[in-house]
Design a binder for this molecule. Structure first.
Ligand code: DC
Length: 222
């Protein structure tokens, strides 16, 4: 049985940085499931498919040719249907598109096998919203990573500014609240801790502290 460590949580909780660091330390594969939804959002926008056109989105999701190409700086280059997503993948537009189409059950189902295929030896660290609850319910460790909306918005602000996006902090706090609300209140796979998940609030913790805690929990479970 290939072990899976699931890290779920809201936007800006640090899942991505923590997940990548933990995967590197363990020598395991890493799945950024948010990037799958974001890439689909971009592919939909490039193809002129509306975010509520469930049938066409589902078709697009099934056929999506998605490739992650490893890069030296840690973040892989992502290609959707042959087109490089580049910095757009992390844009607020891609995040909003992802959040909208992620609310559609058939679209989520269409992306399921693709995510499960990332489970390869020697193990997988998977980050997202429903890794522990739906995609990998047998994960040996489920972490629900969270932080206050203000702290998460500040982290996103720093990341987006560094990438050259023109954003303001109040705008990001507002967007994060709206996205949390949409992700938490949707009928399918709502954002909430999976059964048996360890809730970890990273508001007052540095990245290394969180990574160390997750690794310690993983070590004691295995
Ligand atoms: O983690 P992120 O910010 O890259 O995710 C972008 C959006 O995708 C987020 O608003 C919700 C959705 N998402 C999801 O519904 N399920 C996942 N497993 C990952 C992301």
């Amino acid at each position: 049985m290939i072990p899976v460590l699931a890290i779920d949580g809201p936007s800006g909780s640090g899942k991505g940085a923590v997940g990548m660091a933990v995967a590197r330390r363990l020598g395991w594969h890493y799945l950024d499931s948010g990037a799958v939804y974001r890439a689909l959002g971009l592919a939909a926008s490039w193809a002129g498919v509306a975010y509520d056109d469930e049938a066409r989105l589902c078709d697009l999701a099934r056929r999506l040719d998605l490739r992650f190409v490893a890069a030296d700086d840690g973040e892989p280059a992502v290609f959707a249907n042959g087109r490089e997503c580049g910095a757009l993948l992390r844009s607020p537009e891609a995040a909003n598109a992802a959040s909208r189409l992620a609310a559609l059950k058939s679209v989520r189902e269409a992306l399921l096998d693709r995510q499960r295929a990332a489970r390869r030896p020697p193990g997988l660290v998977a980050d997202g919203r429903d890794m522990g609850s739906h995609v990998f319910p047998d994960a040996f460790l489920k972490v629900f990573l969270t932080a206050s909306a203000e702290v998460r918005a500040q982290r996103r602000y720093d990341q987006l500014k560094a990438k050259g996006f023109g954003v303001t902090l109040p705008q990001l706090i507002q967007e994060i609240r709206e996205r949390d609300e949409r992700d938490a209140s949707r009928a399918v796979a709502p954002l909430k801790p999976a059964e048996g998940a360890v809730v970890l609030d990273s508001s007052a913790l540095g990245l290394q502290d969180v990574v160390d805690r997750v690794l310690a929990m993983a070590g004691s479970r295995r």
